[in-house]
Design a protein around this ligand. Sequence first.
Ligand code: GTP
Length: 565
Amino acid sequence: MSIRVGLETYTSDWRCWMCFLNPTVPQHLCFVAGNVMAVLSIFHKPGKATAFFRSSANLLSHIVHLQRKHAGITDPFFKDLEVISRQGWRNLEFWTKSSISPSILLRPYSSIASPAQVSEAIKEGGIDLTQYPPERIRNFSIIAHVDHGKSTMADRLLELTGTIKKGHGQPQYLDKLQVERERGITVKAQTVTMFYNYAKHSSKLDTSAAIDTVRSTEECKYLLNLIDTPGHVDFSYEVSRSLAACQGVLLLVDASQGVQAQTVANFYLAFEADLVIIPVINKIDQPNANPENVKNQLKNMFDIDPQDVLLASAKTGMGLSAVLPAVIDRIRYPNGGALSPLRMLLLDSYYDEYKGVICHVAIVDGALKKGEKIASAATGQSYEVMDVGILHPELTPTNLLLTGQVGYIVTGMRSTQEARIGDTLHHIRTVVEPLPGFKPAKHMVFAGVYPADGSDYDALSHAIERLTCNDASVSVARESSGALGIGFRCGFLGLLHMDVFLQRLEQEHGAHVITTSPTVPYIFEYEDGSKIQVQNPAILSSTSGKRLVTCWEPTVIATIITPNT
Ligand SMILES: Nc1nc2c(ncn2[C@@H]2O[C@H](COP(=O)(O)OP(=O)(O)OP(=O)(O)O)[C@@H](O)[C@H]2O)c(=O)[nH]1
């Protein structure tokens, strides 16, 4: 005999329902909130949850136990347990065959289990992400020119929301890499999830009442995903990737320096991505701060209404209380399909010695649970989700990620070839339209990277593999040199990027390398009309038989903005 378990997903209010059918034994209605499952034994205690579970495995073994208890079924029965997973309400015949009325299945979760029971169950399972439907989620980045105060602003917001303790002793908390701390710059975008209680005031017209408007204040808890981004142009690839997971940005401008080159570049990145832009003039505590002048610049250059501009000091905390309410009020919530098949965007990854590749993902549609099987749209490879959670601020398992949420997954991927930044991940055996992904990085500078000791080639190859997992903007190709042996030709976004990459290779992976002089890519045209792009001058010697007619080198089209006075 086997038991058929129909798993129905009823996600419009973030609940799942299950009905376990076996004609010979009592029915058990099970329901799920986040990572917590409860069994309602219709037969024994109508209307009362009898047990809570934290995993489907535990839940299923409990079902088996109940079934065995009531039908005297013996051990081999366990082996025949069959789970049928369905989405939507397509297999309604499951319900009609049972003695349970379909209406009971449509009741809200809280009407079946008491709030106390629910909260007790959630306590067991940690953070309950089911409390945060997309309307309660805001995903935003902080963007700005170099040193305009992004990481300091992120510190204050983390403190304000209680994500980190005030005076945690480490300024620029999200700048975690040694290279970031030593150089005082951000090189990697960092995501963090914060929870924030916000009393939203709303006024609405009430035609039935004698008064014109009814004012109400509703305090709600919001889930905010903040991405701190680098300011230097060499790391702008990090900014553009971060924006793909956001619906809005805080555009910080230094109150004394005003609009700078990366303010303009980042403004247009956000503008072209159709994100809501909240302008914040930072460092208003400085003696030479001139917020009015900066407001005029923002008006003239980007047509930003001065009334929309917030004034703040990330250093003193002045004006910061208005920042998160503006994020909630002005930035729209992620509008993915909660009932659609899972689609998640792979935003970033890094290699962990114990867990393998840890991927940062944004859930665009659907939901993901621990233990589910997913596949990559780019490679077709499938994986089991071994861990899933949020960055709060460190890896915090939640067993579940829902539409609009940003978090991490561990799947047993072991290399960069597998964790492709911009890839779409989906449930196995579902066909989805891949997400647009990211534009490929444009490499500006190339250099040869060779092991200082020729016998360390394999170790260097391994180190580069690990590091490019965390920096997808570097291109790597094998090359050999008569003098230096076998090595790699790497493409970078600029000289600072190259410097930082080499420093990380040494600091994080213990690799000692010799690098060749950086060059820009040239295009050579020969008299027979053929053209080659050269990233390594050594390659020219192999084409010496032909006469060179033209050589192009990269040029930039620059706009210089100067003050009137
Ligand atoms: N006076 C003053 N200084 C500030 C304020 N906010 C940040 N700073 C200082 O400005 C410097 C740069 O701050 P960061 O937060 O590292 O700037 P950033 O934009 O994250 O820098 P990058 O990521 O490297 O582009 C630090 O010395 C901060 O202490 C502020 O509101 N007032």
